[in-house]
Design a protein around this ligand. Structure first.
Ligand SMILES: Cc1ncc(COP(=O)(O)O)c(C=O)c1O
Length: 365
């Protein structure tokens, strides 16, 4: 059996170091916001190239903290895409604002710049820019638009740890950026985790307050906040895995290169890479006009593929009932064609070959 993602294999790769890190937390006895969270916040913000990291409970909360730090609330609008994890829109709803969903461009699955400006209104407070599948979005031009209209730019980097756009890591461009450490991510915990990053002193201060009851000082809420602390054990595990993130991303890129050489691109469409940027292949997403039968055929061969995501957010029952978004042509058409092939650093060459041969033979029936 070949899995689509495999966090257990990743644990096995670094088992000794991870076990030692966990037991050190257990014996130190400081279980909430201790040295591990502090050190990981420093190390991960250094890795991305920003000044502050605020460890939180998960990626959805990272987005919510970022939105709240920008002062987003009821009456505001936040622009993002419909072709993303539902969490991107969830965070906007949780902030009290209205998600405004814009279509994507077909090559890199990121927001269509030509449709962005017409979606901006007087109520627009922020844009959440998603770097989907590990591919950086067109950040530079989007930043020009957010500057021109004086709106906040929040990067959703949940699928793009270590991806580079024009010599800088994604997550270093926005007013704030948000990461998830869900176990299958390029940098994954063994449970939930997330982080907000920023270079801005006052936004950082607000994020620290928001993640813990609005406290500047313990037991005194100077502003609104709740509890979304990053767990000390998860931080210790993430510190171990961060040391290997560049190596693991290189392995993903090598696997992507192998797929590109082995797969027959006359029957499927291969993922593209944006110029002057480095794709970190959180997912290796192909397109096929016969996606559903290809998926079933691969499952019968014990090759587990997945769809990220089968139903755009604006067509999901809850969001459909509250948003009334107009047709999003590209989003709706690619949702019927996309398929994520197995992709994780520990995937063996023979397995990449097996998947490729199976896909190439699909048409032969
Ligand atoms: C693009 C994107 N944004 C946000 C999230 C939310 O992260 P979490 O699952 O840690 O809340 C995810 C994770 O699934 C994601 O892929």
């Amino acid at each position: 059996m070949i899995r689509c993602a495999n966090p257990l294999e990743q644990y096995n790769s670094y088992k000794e170091e991870i076990d030692t890190a966990i037991s050190s937390v257990l014996t130190k006895g400081n279980y909430i916001l201790g040295d591990e969270v502090k050190s990981f916040e420093q190390e991960f913000s250094d890795f991305i190239g920003v000044d502050y990291g605020i460890g939180v409970g998960n990626g959805t909360d990272a987005l919510l903290v970022a939105l709240k730090a920008c002062g987003v609330g009821p009456e505001d609008e936040v622009i993002t895409v419909s072709h993303t994890a539902v969490a991107t829109a969830t965070s906007i709803i949780m902030s009290g604002a209205k998600p405004v969903l814009v279509d994507i461009e077909p090559n890199f699955y990121s927001i269509d710049l030509s449709k962005l400006e017409s979606a901006i209104t007087e109520k627009t407070k922020a844009i959440i820019l998603v770097h989907l599948y590990g591919c950086p979005a067109e950040i530079e031009n989007i930043k020009k638009i957010t500057k021109k209209h004086n709106i906040f730019l929040i990067e959703d980097c949940a699928q793009a740890h270590g991806a580079v756009y024009k010599d800088s890591k994604v997550g270093s461009f926005g007013d704030l950026s948000c990461f998830s450490f869900y176990p299958t991510k390029n940098l994954g915990a063994i449970g939930d985790g997330g982080m907000v990053l920023t270079k801005d002193d006052s936004l950082a201060e607000r994020c620290f307050e928001l993640r813990e009851y609005g406290w500047k000082e313990r037991y005194s809420s100077s502003t609104f906040g709740w509890n979304t602390r990053l767990d000390e054990i998860q931080a210790a595990i993430l510190r171990v895995k961060l040391k290997y993130l560049d190596i693991d991303n290189k392995k993903r890129k090598r696997i992507a290169q192998m797929y590109k050489e082995l797969l027959d691109d006359s029957i499927i469409e291969l993922p593209k890479e944006r110029k002057e940027s480095s794709h970190v292949y959180h997912l290796f997403v192909i397109q096929s006009d016969n996606r559903d039968s290809l998926m079933e055929y691969l499952h019968q061969k014990d090759i587990f593929v997945n769809i990220h995501y089968p139903l755009p957010i604006h067509l999901q029952p809850f969001y459909k009932s509250i948003l009334q978004t107009k047709e999003l042509k590209i989003t709706e058409s690619i949702a019927k064609k996309i398929l994520s092939l197995p992709m994780y650093p520990e995937l063996l060459d023979e397995e990449v070959e097996e998947v490729s041969v199976a896909v190439n033979n699909f048409d032969l029936g």
